[in-house]
Structure formats: C-alpha cells, structure tokens
Write a protein that binds this ligand. Sequence first.
Ligand SMILES: *[C@@H]1O[C@H](CO)[C@@H](O)[C@H](O)[C@H]1NC(C)=O
Ligand SMILES: *[C@@H]1O[C@H](CO)[C@@H](O)[C@H](O)[C@H]1NC(C)=O
Length: 325
Amino acid sequence: MKCSYTKPALLAMVFMVTMVATAFGQGTRVGFYSKSCRQAESIVKSTVESHFRTNPAIAPGLLRMHFHDCFVNGCDGSVLIDGPDTERRAPQNSLLRGFEVIDDAKRKLEAVCPGVVSCADVLSLAARDSVVLTKGINWKVPTGRKDGRVSLQSDASSLPSFRSSIDSQKQQFARFGLDTKDLVVLVGGHTVGTAACLVFSYRLNNFTNGGPDTTINSSFLPQLQALCPQNGNNFRRVDLDTGSANKFDTSFFTNLKNGRGVLESDQKLWTDPSTRTIIQQLLGEKGLKRLNFNKEFARSMVKMSNIGVKTGSNGEIRRVCSAIN
Ligand SMILES: *[C@@H]1O[C@H](CO)[C@@H](O)[C@H](O)[C@H]1NC(C)=O
Ligand SMILES: *[C@@H]1O[C@H](CO)[C@@H](O)[C@H](O)[C@H]1NC(C)=O
C-alpha cells in the first residue's frame, strides 16, 4: 500500500505528534539530538565506557548522581555546578562520584557540536549507559532538557536519607509523581551500589537498647562488623548487594528478604508490608503478579528523568557542566 499524504499534511502530523509527546514527556523526547548532534548519544556512551573500564565505581556513581540531580530542582544538571553553597557541596552529595565522566563527555560534545547538548541530558544518558554496562536493561532516554541556572546547598535537604522511614520515603517520591512501585524499583538500583561505613555503622552496635539492629541477619551482622569496626575507617565502601555487587540484577531484593540489607532505609522496604509485596513480585514469588525488575526499572527511570524538566528560556545549554554560562 502506498501512502499519499501531502507534504504540509505530513508536517502537520509530525508537529501534532511532537506536541502530544511534549505534553506527556514534559518537553523531552527520544532522539532529540538526532539532527542537531547526531553523535551525541554515542559520544556519551563511549566516554562512560572508557571511564568504566578503569573505574567500575562510576556506574553506580552516575546512577546516584542522576537521582540526586532530579530530586533537587528537577533534572536540570544543577548538581553538577561547583562553587560555594551549591548542591554539590551539601553533605548529602559529599560522596557523589563521576563528575569527571560528565565533564569529559561534555568536552568531547562541545568539540563536535558546541552549545547543543545539555549537561542534564549528558547525565541522564550516562545513567542509562551505566546500567547497560553492569548488564542491566537498555532503554531509550528521552532528551531535550535544558540546564538550570540555580544550585543551592540548602535545596539538597529534600533528598531522602539512609534513615528515612518508608512513609517518608513514599512522601518524598510522591511529591514528584513517583508511586510506591517506583520507589522500590528505583532503590533497586542499589544492586550495583556501595555505601561508606559512616552511613550504616550505627546499626551494628548500639542501635536499639544497646544492641545491633535486630533486622540484620545474624550471620550477616559479624560480616558487616568486620568490614566496619568501631573506630575504623568510616569512608570504607561496602557493597549494598552482597555477593552480586557488579551485576544489575534482583539479588539486592533477595538480600533484603534475607535481612542482608546494608542501609536502614533499604532494609525497611522489606519490613514494611506495602513495599515488601512489591519486592515479592519482583522476585517472582508464587501467587503474586510477577514484575520484571529490568522493565520496571527502565519505566521508572524515564518517569524520574522527566521530573521538573526545564525547556525554552527556563534554562540554558551550559558550556561547561560545572558552571552556569
Ligand atoms: C547506647 O546509646 C545510648 C543512647 O544514645 C547511650 O545512652 C548509651 O550509653 C550507649 N551505650 C553504649 C554501650 O555505648
Ligand atoms: C540469613 O541469611 C541466610 C543466607 O542468605 C539465609 O539462608 C537465611 O534464611 C537468613 N535468615 C533470615 C532469618 O532471614
């Protein structure tokens, strides 16, 4: 069958489709740079790959950085801005890693298509590439975010904490239109993460009534105590998914089920019945509607990466990711 639309009719259709996509995707769309900077996505990918080869820790680092960017003033690259009193200087962001990867990708992009690709998009693409590199799912990242011009240390207080209750985690996600399933699935990104002793060692000794956190598996407790001894190195990094830290899989959830969560906020996902059911679904337990972790992760990441996207004159395309133009 031969289609016989006139050129103006076709253009009008393309325009309408774009408008609808814009309305739903808050200004982003897949392939935004396909004409303006054809190599944009491949440049980001090869840059992330080359850094990953020498330092695999950048994969969870970039994933976490994207999350920290989106939860504070939307996904606008505000976390990348450096300087006194910026988000990046907030205690919640003191352990972020991978800035050099974003800067490197941006430098390469500026050499090929100056002033075209936003830092917010570089970060969103790099987060996806990180998941792919750790053998997780590949998905199409909608792009077209502008970079924000504001970055305030005090705004970072809106980030969930490693001590947050499930109710407060739910509230913090709901503010951005993310539901309980998104919460569980996105925290599942910890399948490739690590945490410094300082964010969980309080659970190991004097937590409740002078003893350790009773939700920690009794055979796991001495392992954690050995990794993070009292008066030891608080910055030592411990895998959040013991036994499968370099692979993007559901073993993180199995660990939570077995009381082998490292962060208090992670382990609570199993303690709380509302989030436990979702974990059981992700683990494919009998009698429950099965959820595919990889598919759900891609879906929730797209949702998250559309939080507070800036378009038009609400933002800019930064020349250097660490500074406002
Ligand atoms: C445990 O913590 C409580 C409350 O912070 C404190 O009063 C107590 O002295 C601590 N016990 C030990 C053995 O450190
Ligand atoms: C403790 O961990 C082991 C190994 O993962 C597991 O077999 C066991 O069921 C866990 N115990 C509890 C109470 O979850």
